[in-house]
Design a protein around this ligand. Sequence first.
Ligand code: FAD
Length: 377
Amino acid sequence: MISVEEFQSEAADWLAANRQFAPRDYGAICPPDLVDAGLEWQRRLTGDGWAGIHWPTEHGGRGLTPEHNGVWLLECARAGVPAVFNMVGFVLAGGAVMRYGTPDQQAEHLGATLSTGHVWCQLFSEPGAGSDLGSLATRAELDGDRWIVNGQKVWCSGGRYSNWGILMARTRPLDPTGEHGAPKHEGISFFLCPMDLPGIEVRPLKQMTGESEFDEVFFTDVELPAGQLLGPLHGGWGVGMAVLTSERGHIGTSVIGLERRLDQMARLAEGRELTGLERDDLASLLSRGMAFTAMAQRQGPIASTAASLMKLGITEMMFDVAMLRGDLGGADAMLQGADSTGMLAAPGGRIAGGTSQVQRNIIGERLLGLPREPKPT
Ligand SMILES: Cc1cc2nc3c(=O)[nH]c(=O)nc-3n(C[C@H](O)[C@H](O)[C@H](O)COP(=O)(O)OP(=O)(O)OC[C@H]3O[C@@H](n4cnc5c(N)ncnc54)[C@H](O)[C@@H]3O)c2cc1C
């Protein structure tokens, strides 16, 4: 197997020769206006062997290690290009199908995801179930060889341009007391859902940035073939939690690209008369950034509960950076331009993939061993 060092140097050379074909680095989710450029970039990456780096070769990957994938992410961050087009497909759906899929499901989806034939969105959150995902109410009822799906999902990033979704739905009635149905986490199943089935309606949502990067998705008597169940019937909670840990791990790996951002942050001071307070804020952000970089190096690229620490750390820091940029930009930054957009977009990072408060609960309960928070029910 190629060494991590040799692989890293090949990746850097390839990126130096090809970065001009990449769209701007948009982070985890491609915005709708960059989809064509993102797809073209992914086809170039896949064609030259820079996709599915740590996926097994039988699933179309390169069969290398998470460390190889980690240095690929690092080199992409240094080059300022997106490392994958469809994070939901490559990290969440791909990871779930690899771990829980039947051989037929793996054959159908994994290669097609790498080649961009299947582009995925995540259909988890609902108007009444975000942090408390276990309260989700979308129902899937078995009728012969079909599941009949009814309900509503929300905040679905990239729903409009995805042709597949990973869907969590209730397959046993919700009964929080457990007296008349399953306790809420036990009656949920996980599905792979084609987005073009009759009865699925995708409606864009407008964000405070003015963009519409995510959607509401309505299911009305949607007939989903029975074979689209992934993992155990009624055991979708475990599949979903594995997926969310991978998502937090992926958000956490953006620390890998922090080096470049720290340089950009340090440059905020150039050519400006900073007040003592602003200097303090900047120095504090830089030292937090260095601490997270060190923690990321120690943690490595493998997702685990510790991913919550990285997710919390980096999204809170990026929020504070956006606010400091706004402060330094002066009154104009409140009106328009990159600083204004940055301030309006920053709160989303603290919410997506599980809010900061929820990450603190996970860290308290699972890493520090503190008593569990009281459950109102
Ligand atoms: C940019 C972005 C992209 C997203 N993309 C997707 C996607 O593609 N697919 C998808 O399914 N979802 C997506 N989401 C939704 C996201 O997962 C939810 O917004 C998130 O889980 C929070 O749920 P909620 O919005 O319902 O807020 P709520 O859960 O209602 O929370 C409201 C407030 O209460 C706090 N709170 C809730 N419970 C607790 C608790 N136990 N202890 C302390 N505080 C608590 C929260 O921290 C928050 O401040 C996205 C969100 C954003 C911002």
